[in-house]
Design a protein around this ligand. Structure first.
Ligand code: PMP
Length: 387
């Protein structure tokens, strides 16, 4: 399904199952970026020459598309280098100084832990149950004990694929005057997101996990919150007036985009979103691969799964009894199968489970059941060799 859209697969026999780390890019995304570099490469928001205007228009068009994709207003979208930068921006420009406590779940990626620590914020943690689900009642107790806090939770766990009940989490947080950031890094490629319907305050994302280029992503923020936020970095393009005595800044979102931006990447991101929008049966495909992989894995001797949760998307994590996950990863790579082994930048949940890491298969639109069959065959071979 759709594999021909991706030049990466043209001249190789690789099976790529590391999509939660980054996805491959369709030709149309590469073409759009190439067109910018070869026919209207110039800087944005500066001067008045024709090429600059064309680049600015394309860059701002990308912002418009992204806003539409998320159900936001155009001026509520800040471009960043990705999810990590979006969370760091928010920690330093909004949370530090306004909140004492940040509430996280045990499933968070390091990108949603370190920015709070680096800004000296107190962290409270919502525990997950044996299936790695957040217990909503326990969550409400924690939020009630810490009203006016900042809640920051992943939409989908990158390590285990768990989809968190974010609409309920947001509603409960608002009941106790908390603000909420959802880390959407793993969600963009997997299902539609409507920030207005979610009533989320902030939503962070990266293009490269959703068929777009690396080096671009962003932060959605409700405009009334953005208005009161200070710039994250200073530099060109974000100012109204500068003198040696004082400077004033542009309105959001431009206030948060200092310096030359990732122009080609923003243009590529727009095309990636268009690509996602035209995919039919995205979630059905996702679910059928996950169900198939789970059923196939169960045939392996010594399989360890970490969750029986039904609300899972994109990834499946496991181990094989008595074998180190990295050894499996190396032997699969030798058989042309690329999947991720390790802690997946989610050390706290690994520690809770008493493991150093897992083997993770993560899927995209171009993966097939036949590839899963080949992966299981290669896994059986690796297990035989390592036992
Ligand atoms: N959060 C989650 C849940 C992720 O999966 C990732 C990437 N693995 C990030 C944050 C960080 O994204 P990026 O590296 O694109 O900034």
């Amino acid at each position: 399904m759709n594999k021909n859209d991706f030049p990466f697969f043209k001249d190789n026999e690789l099976i790529y199952l590391d999509n939660a780390a980054t996805s491959q890019k369709p030709q149309i995304v590469l073409d759009a970026m190439n067109e910018y570099y070869t026919s209207y490469c110039s800087n944005t928001h500066r001067g008045s020459h024709e090429l600059g205007n064309k680049a600015t228009e394309a860059y701002e068009d990308a912002r418009k598309s992204l806003a539409k994709f998320l159900g936001a207003q155009t001026n509520e979208i800040i471009f960043t280098r990705g999810t990590t930068e979006a969370i760091n921006l928010l920690a330093s420009s909004y949370v530090k100084g306004n909140f004492e406590t940040v509430i996280l779940s045990e499933l968070e990626h390091h990108s949603n832990i370190l920015p709070w620590q680096l800004n000296d914020l107190h962290i409270e943690v919502i525990e997950v149950d044996k299936d790695l689900n957040i217990d909503l009642e326990a969550y409400e107790v924690l939020v009630k004990e810490h009203p006016h806090s900042f809640v920051s939770i992943t939409h989908i766990s990158n390590a285990f694929g768990i989809i968190n009940p974010i609409k309920e989490l947001i509603k409960i947080a608002h009941k106790y005057e908390c603000k909420v950031l959802i880390d959407g890094a793993q969600a963009l490629a997997h299902f539609p997101i409507d920030v207005k319907d979610l009533d989320v305050d902030f939503y962070a994302f990266s293009a490269h996990k959703a068929y777009g280029p690396t080096g671009i992503g962003g932060l959605f923020a409700k405009y009334e919150l953005l208005e009161n936020m200070n710039p994250y970095q200073g530099g060109g393009s974000m100012i109204d007036e500068v003198s040696f005595e004082y400077s004033t800044f542009l309105d959001p979102p431009f206030r948060f985009e200092a310096g030359t931006q990732a122009i080609a990447e923003a243009i590529g991101f727009k095309v990636a979103l268009e690509y996602i929008k035209q995919i039919k049966g995205l979630q059905k495909h996702d679910k059928s691969l996950l169900d198939y992989a789970k059923a196939s894995l169960r045939k392996l001797d010594g399989l360890i799964l970490y969750t029986q949760a039904k609300n899972v998307s994109g990834s499946i994590s496991f181990n094989i009894e008595g074998i180190h996950h990295d050894d499996i990863g190396i032997l699969l790579s030798k058989q042309n199968i690329m999947l991720r082994t390790g802690h997946h930048c989610a050390m706290p949940i690994m520690k809770k489970l008493g493991i150093k890491g897992t083997i993770r298969m993560s899927f995209a639109i171009y993966n097939t059941k036949e590839e899963i069959d080949r992966c299981i065959k290669a896994l059986s071979r690796a297990i035989r060799m390592l036992r």
